[in-house]
Design a protein around this ligand. Structure first.
Ligand code: NAD
Ligand code: UDP
Length: 332
């Protein structure tokens, strides 16, 4: 069985390629390298000891995608490719809608043309409206707070409609906060410029690349006043994709799943765990709340456990240690 992995050179995509190869799948990877580079593709080959076809293609190039579908007997797709920065999506919304929606629409047209019926889609917890009570369940009210979130919301709807019309099988995976790196230290998260997300900012601060972490808000209604999120190790997340393929191939219809640990962790808890596990200081200061942030949210992961047989295995300590190993080895 061959899996087409779009965005497979990216952070989550590269870790998923490793787990797919370990599970015995063949893979074909498509990525335009806008937010990644060949080092991740080479890293996947090194970890797995396996080779696979890689195409540097923009998914909006219908002819190039058509050639890839014609050349390979694709059984299932995992669609990671897309822009993902919330702040950037507010600044350049048209680029976000163009890239994320048109990549998905083109994929649906190619699936129909080439008779591919199975797709696993990278969605996000951003598709839940912020006023749902925690923990968030899959039936919670959907909505979005920024253009990035709306692209995920719209892609979910596009897939729901195509599944209904074509009799396909789609799994929509709503990730909470992916962090960490492969334990080998060979692949990990390598954001361009100043990181927006907490874990890469902590790692770069520990390394001395950033002077100080700003903790956005210490007056939330949470145990220590700092924001609470549901962090999931990227290797656990990758394994969740392998289990989703099994599910996708055995069912038809469209099903959404939360992928998270179900555990709420505060910013301060994460900082303290990082310092303790890696024996390195992370200087920080409290700063005002970040616009648009919520105090606390985390997943109800029980549906994924029940139907996919998926539950996270790795601890917060693993997330911190693996992030630091990658930071130490790869980023100066
Ligand atoms: P990433 O940026 O590391 O990976 C995405 C990859 O897609 C990149 O390698 C990029 O070059 C590629 N890409 C983008 N547009 C493309 C196009 N038109 N054609 C071909 N390739 C294209 O991001 P990631 O963190 O690995 O996220 C993967 C997916 O998961 C994204 O869809 C993202 O929105 C979603 N997601 C990520 C998070 C997170 O916190 N990392 C959370 C929820 C959902
Ligand atoms: N955060 C912070 N300082 C930073 C980046 C993030 O205090 O430099 C906090 C943020 O307010 C939130 C948590 O860390 O409570 C996770 O933020 P991130 O941007 O990683 O993910 P989000 O949950 O916002 O998608």
């Amino acid at each position: 069985m061959t899996i087409l992995v779009t965005g497979g050179a990216g952070y989550i995509g590269s870790h998923t390629c490793v787990e797919l190869l370990a599970a015995g799948y063949d893979i074909v990877v498509v990525d335009n390298l806008r937010n990644s580079d060949m080092a991740a593709v080479e890293g996947v080959k090194k970890i797995s000891g396996k080779n696979f076809p890689f195409y540097q293609v923009d998914m909006r190039d219908a002819d190039a995608m058509d050639d890839i579908f014609a050349k390979h007997n694709i059984g299932c797709i995992i669609h990671f490719a897309g822009h993902k920065a919330v702040g950037e999506s507010v600044a350049i919304p048209a680029e976000y809608y163009d890239n994320n929606i048109n990549a998905t629409l083109g994929l649906c047209k190619a699936m129909k043309k080439h008779g591919v019926k199975n797709i696993v889609f990278s969605s996000s917890a951003t598709v839940y409206r912020s006023d749902n009570t925690v923990p968030w369940v899959e039936e919670a009210v959907l909505g979005a707070a920024n253009p990035y979130g709306w692209t995920k919301f719209m892609c979910e709807q596009i897939l729901r409609d195509c599944v209904a019309a074509e009799g396909w099988s789609a799994v929509l995976l709503r990730y909470f906060n992916p962090v960490g790196a492969h334990p080998s230290g060979i692949i990990g998260e390598n954001p361009q410029g100043i990181p927006n997300n907490l874990m890469p900012f902590i790692a770069q601060t520990a390394k001395g690349i950033r002077e100080k972490l700003q903790i956005f808000g210490n007056d939330y209604d949470t145990p220590d006043g700092t924001g609470v999120r549901d962090y999931i190790h990227v290797v656990d997340l990758a394994i969740g994709h392998v289990k989703s393929i099994d599910y996708c191939l055995k069912h038809s219809g469209c099903e959404a799943f939360n992928l998270g640990s179900g555990q709420g962790i505060s910013v301060l808890e994460l900082v303290k765990t990082f310092e303790a596990e890696n024996n390195v200081p992370v200087p920080y200061e409290f700063a005002p709340r970040r616009a648009g942030d919520l105090g606390a949210y985390y997943a109800d992961p029980s549906k994924a456990k029940r139907l996919l047989g998926f539950a996270t295995q790795k601890s917060l300590a693993d997330m911190c240690k693996d992030t630091w190993r990658y930071q130490e080895g790869n980023n100066g």
